[in-house]
Design a binder for this molecule. Structure first.
Ligand code: F3S
Length: 501
């Protein structure tokens, strides 16, 4: 088989328009399977065969040959060597095509012809059973769909532009019926192949859809070497926190998390479906009905615990043990005459939480410049801790600056081992590949740090939340691709990216 792209999907999803455009961009032959059935209809009519005579039709079609060729920039369909293109769009042809396509023998002859074409040339083929029946070994399978409303609106506009009468609710009903027939017919029902990529075009322009398919097709054609980091995805602390919330959903009464349990929209919206609400502020707590509150792995300030307890909430603490350890250090250091320096992002909930365990204000710094400008009394006793997800290299540079100031300094490297291993592995992979993909939530601090680290080693680094964000056309230039993911990225998202590239 040559290179083949199979595009399936319900009627009105834009399959033929998209397939035609991708074919042009990638120099593939577009096999219009609908036109092939129409060609057979013309052949039957011209041979004087009654289209309702199944036996005669099947006998005639058994030995038929078909070919699709380009001439003058347009596609021509040949049946037994005769160009039938000019009659393809006639209304009578459409009726003949649906009459003859009812016969299983005609359908199987067409499948033979379609496979023959795919053997001899690089093709993109659209229909309803291309990925599942006609070309099960196609290198790329796309299941193109759009909501019934979107497809109905597209059809409505198309008819209105042509000046034809159109009734939107009727069109919508017809599409529903057609979907149902296609999905439940006996021979080759419409269904998504297991290895097909689902592309919902409801909110996409034609150009975006074409770009997506072209990018994917180019990547598959190139078949780059892909390296997935072993440390990609949920760390122990996040896994534990997410599991805690799901376990709690089995109980009764209102269930809340204090802040989003992890920086990942997919997980947060799934939990919402399970009835879990997010409390963001003490004001939210005041307004909420009494119930259970799960504290996420970042932890929270002491006054948040106290407030929840005072307001009668049941607290389930999923704060990561690595973070709890920092709370303990913060409490101890600031209970005496020591000064606490936290290296991290002062706006991050973990750092806010740590500050909330100090008995007196801590100093939070994030950059080497801030470290440089630190001034304490000569006899100050400093203890330095870090946000658990801080960049190790940057932390060491900052610590060096602080030590050079000559204060009595104790350094507690509280970057958690999971973060350290993840960053080290990401750096190593990024240094050896042409392109690097970092997957994680937009608000995730550890994902942003991973991105910074990878970008330094590999200029072609992409930060994405899901596969849909990936610029596939640029990625298709790479011969080798590395993939890593932040601590709050679910496996399903990582697997989707891995499978598709
Ligand atoms: Fe805990 Fe480290 Fe994860 S601090 S939440 S194991 S990134």
């Amino acid at each position: 088989m040559g290179y083949a792209i199979a595009v399936d999907g319900p009627a009105g999803a834009g399959k033929s328009t998209i397939a035609r455009l991708v074919a042009r961009k990638m120099n593939l032959t577009y096999i219009d399977t609908g036109a092939m059935y129409r060609g057979i209809g013309i052949f039957i009519r011209d041979a004087g065969i009654d289209p309702d005579n199944e036996e005669a039709v099947c006998r005639a079609v058994a030995g038929v040959t078909m070919d699709i060729r380009y001439s003058g920039g347009s596609q021509h369909v040949f049946v037994n060597g005769r160009d039938v293109t000019e009659h393809l769009r006639e209304e009578e042809t459409g009726k003949l095509a649906s009459q003859v396509s009812r016969y299983p023998a005609v359908r199987s002859r067409m499948v033979e012809l379609q496979r023959e074409m795919a053997r001899n040339t690089d093709v993109i083929m659209d229909g309803r059973d291309i990925g599942t029946v006609v070309l099960p070994d196609a290198q790329l399978k796309i299941y193109l769909t759009a909501s019934v409303d979107t497809r109905a609106m597209r059809r409505f506009r198309e008819l209105s532009e042509k000046g034809e009468a159109a009734d939107l609710s009727r069109i919508r009903e017809d599409i529903r019926k057609r979907d149902d027939q296609d999905m439940h017919r006996e021979v080759s029902p419409l269904r998504q192949a297991d290895d097909a990529l689902l592309l919902d075009t409801s909110d996409m322009t034609i150009e975006q859809v074409v770009e997506r398919i072209e990018g994917l097709a180019r990547i598959r054609r190139k078949n780059p070497k892909v390296v997935l980091a072993k440390t990609a995805g949920f760390c122990f602390g996040v896994q534990r926190a997410v599991k805690t919330v799901y376990d709690e959903t089995k109980g009764s009464g209102p269930l809340y998390t204090y802040g989003e349990i992890i920086h990942n929209e997919t997980v947060v919206s799934d939990l919402q479906k399970h009835g879990v609400k997010v409390l963001d502020t003490p004001e939210d707590v005041k307004k909420a009905k009494k119930g259970t509150v799960v504290i996420r792995s970042h932890g929270v300030a002491k006054d948040v615990y106290d407030g929840l307890q005072k307001d009668g909430f049941r607290i389930v603490d999923a704060t990561c043990p690595f973070v709890l350890k920092i709370h303990q250090i913060a409490r101890e250091v600031t209970s005496g005459d020591g000064e606490l320096i936290i290296v991290g992002d002062r706006t991050h909930p973990e750092v806010e939480g740590i500050c909330g365990w100090c008995r007196k204000p801590a100093t939070v710094i994030d950059t080497k410049e801030e470290a440089d400008s630190l001034i304490f009394p000569e006899n100050a006793k400093l203890t330095v801790v870090s946000q658990t997800t801080f960049n190790l290299q940057k932390f060491e540079e900052i610590v060096e600056i602080i030590r050079a100031k000559g204060y009595n300094t104790i350094v507690c490297n509280t970057i958690c081992s999971a973060t350290e291993e993840r960053q080290t592995e990401a750096r190593r992979i990024a240094a050896t590949v042409d392109a690097m993909i970092v997957i994680g939530g937009k608000k995730s601090s550890n994902t942003r740090k991973l991105y910074e680290i990878c970008k330094r080693e590999c200029p072609e680094t992409y930060l994405i939340q899901t596969f849909a964000d990936l610029n596939l056309i640029s990625l298709a230039k790479a011969d080798s691709i590395g993939i890593t993911a932040g601590a709050s990225t679910p496996n399903t998202i990582i697997e989707e990216v891995l499978h598709n590239v």
